[in-house]
Design a protein around this ligand. Structure first.
Ligand code: HEM
Ligand code: HEM
Length: 189
């Protein structure tokens, strides 16, 4: 498997970025849930600091991923897909990209509005995106939580789509996002 994508399958860089982001999202939601259960204190703040650092990492990887995608071909969808399935796949993928940026940016802006600077694993501090503002903090807290709920729904739809391709259509769509050899090839996006 090459590093770059072809019109047949995802290359190693796209695959690595896809699965790395999936893993980090799991860590991210776990840290948020753990912090949520704790009373305000050092332990909660430590978990949230880690949540912020991983969140900024996801933002950087999403940027890298988008840049790589724009400079590479994308695998074609199987020609047997109905127009609505094609449209659903596209809408889901675009929404996932939007959320990969909106989640960390809402979190970062929320922290700035709260008056808490964001550091990346204590290695360097990021600039504040807005000045301290309680009303904005509260609005962004709700936004961040709502976006996380939307992400969960869209990911569920996305995973259902991937499994449908694999087990019902029995095509290559899931295999080509994994380091596995292809069985057939796509025809049209
Ligand atoms: C893809 C990235 C991210 C995901 C999926 C994510 C997800 C979540 C979730 C599920 C919660 C719990 C919400 C709730 O209990 O209502 C949360 C809370 C929080 N997130 Fe994020 N987050 C991300 C990035 C960030 C970033 C980059 C920051 C800041 C730099 C951040 C700051 C926070 C803070 C401070 C809270 C706790 C809010 C509070 O309870 O006061 N998040 N996040
Ligand atoms: C958990 C968060 C996930 C996010 C944010 C995510 C995001 C994305 C995005 C944005 C794409 C479109 C790639 C592009 O066009 O550049 C994609 C493709 C894909 N994802 Fe995910 N994904 C997630 C989880 C999963 C899981 C768990 C599976 C497997 C069950 C999966 C299977 C796939 C497959 C097979 C493709 C390729 C579709 C194609 O070739 O047309 N994803 N993913």
């Amino acid at each position: 498997m090459g590093l770059r994508n072809t019109t047949e399958r995802w290359g190693a860089v796209s695959q690595l970025l896809h699965w790395l982001i999936v893993g980090l999202l799991i860590v991210q939601v776990t840290l948020a849930e753990m912090a949520d259960e704790l009373p305000v204190g050092v332990k909660k703040l430590t978990l949230l600091a880690r949540h912020k650092s991983f969140g900024i990492t996801i933002l950087a990887l999403a940027l890298l991923r988008l840049a790589w995608r724009l400079r590479n071909p994308t695998p074609l969808l199987p020609g047997t897909l109905k127009p609505y399935e094609r449209a659903l796949a596209r809408i889901t993928h675009v929404t996932l990209y939007v959320l990969l940026f909106a989640m960390p940016l809402s979190g970062w802006t929320m922290s700035s509005a709260r008056g808490f600077p964001v550091s990346w694993f204590h290695l360097f501090q990021l600039p504040d995106l807005v000045s301290k503002n309680k009303a904005l903090y509260e609005a962004l807290l709700t936004t961040h939580g709502t976006l996380a709920a939307v992400l969960a729904v869209v990911v569920a739809l996305h995973v259902a789509g991937a499994l449908k391709h694999h087990f019902i259509h029995k095509d290559d769509v899931l295999r080509r996002m994994l380091p596995l050899p292809s069985a057939t090839s796509g025809t049209r996006r």
